[in-house]
Design a protein around this ligand. Structure first.
Ligand code: TRP
Length: 340
């Protein structure tokens, strides 16, 4: 056992807000487990979100730039295929394609697809869904300023834990789930997320799924171990966030960032490794956690895919792949699938 619950104090001051309560519950569960783990949503406080945006522009972090290049090269074909897929199940009917996006974040790549939709049909509706209110505000502001013909209807919601509620639409819907965000979930959770989305879609509607592909181990590990230490700072920031929210005192110098390719599971694993034996007391939890030297906290997975594993994930959630676009080196894939 690595957890010691100390004698309850007579008075434990209540935490200030619901977010801190959620942090407390997550940290208690994760650090009491063997092996230790923490949920990835803890990364995204204001500083974490800022560091994440920086990760996406790093030279070693090829996924964002590669996916953007695929959109830039094939946006018109993607929009056309989505519309034609819907028309097959609705012979003779017309209707404007609308685009929804799960986990839109600041939506920096989506503009390329919205542009293509506007070129094709003069205007389009865009419904971004994200947990982060600040990221969505930023996304909407930049989109409406730059893109005439785009009507934005944002929704702040957690698509992992909450039921989705997407309004009815007379025409095709294409749902975007890009950035290989699906890879941050276990295969079963991934299938559940896609199934929940599937229930909101109509026959002939489509899902556009962005996935990072299995490739050379060195290339994969470098993407999560950048030279400037931005990913390291992002990972360690999780401890700083816990220190702030739970009044603990993790010494960040006593942990290091580790990112390793796990070939059996086809995933990059991120961990925080304790550089020495230590015990950390978390006053807000009234608990202490012991770390052996070299023990790790598992903080994130990033699954990598093959065309075969993408197809089987999609089929397990009742989608049928329609078409796939990729870069010359097959580093990243963008797959259109339909609800048939
Ligand atoms: N989904 C992307 C990926 O797994 C982006 C991402 C999510 C990420 N969490 C991360 C990148 C943590 C680096 C570190 O690559």
């Amino acid at each position: 056992m690595s957890t010691t619950l100390s004698t309850p104090e007579l008075f434990t001051p209540p935490l200030a807000n619901p977010v801190q309560e959620a942090v407390a519950t997550a940290v208690l569960e994760g650090l009491s487990s063997t092996p230790k783990w923490l949920p990835a949503w803890l990364f995204y406080d204001a500083e974490g979100s800022r560091l994440f945006e920086r990760i996406t522009t790093l030279p070693e972090y090829y996924p964002t730039r590669t996916e953007r290049a695929i959109f830039a090269g094939y946006a018109d074909g993607i929009i056309d295929t989505a519309i034609r897929t819907w028309q097959k199940t609705h012979p003779g009917r017309t209707g404007r394609l609308r685009i929804i996006e799960l986990g839109a974040g600041t939506a920096t790549k989506t503009g390329i697809l919205l542009d293509a939709a506007v070129r094709r049909q003069g205007q389009t509706e865009y419904l971004p869904i994200d947990v982060s209110e600040s990221a969505m505000a930023e996304a909407c502001a930049s989109m409406e300023r730059v893109q005439s013909g785009v009507t934005v209807s944002p929704q702040v919601a957690n698509y992992v834990t909450d039921a989705l509620e997407i309004p009815q639409h007379n025409g095709p819907t294409m749902a975007l789930y890009i950035g290989s965000s699906i890879g941050n979930f276990d295969p079963e959770e991934a299938a559940t997320i896609l199934c929940n989305l599937r229930r909101q879609l109509q026959p002939g509607d489509t899902l556009l799924l962005g996935t990072d592909m299995v490739k050379d181990r060195r290339k994969l590990e470098a993407a999560y171990n950048d030279h400037d230490g931005v990913t390291e700072a992002f990972n360690l920031n999780l401890l700083r966030r816990i220190n702030r929210d739970l009044r603990s005192n993790f010494d960040l110098a006593r942990y290091r960032h580790v990112a390793l390719w796990n070939e059996d599971q086809s995933r990059i694993e991120m961990h925080l490794q304790s550089l020495r034996e230590q015990t950390v007391r978390i006053p807000a939890l009234n608990a202490s956690f012991h770390f052996a030297k070299g023990e790790t906290i598992h903080t994130e997975n990033s699954y990598k895919f093959t065309s075969k594993s993408i197809a089987s994930l999609l089929r397990s959630a009742s989608y049928e792949p329609v078409e796939q676009w990729t870069d010359e080196q097959h580093w990243f894939a963008v797959t259109l699938a339909t609800t048939e």
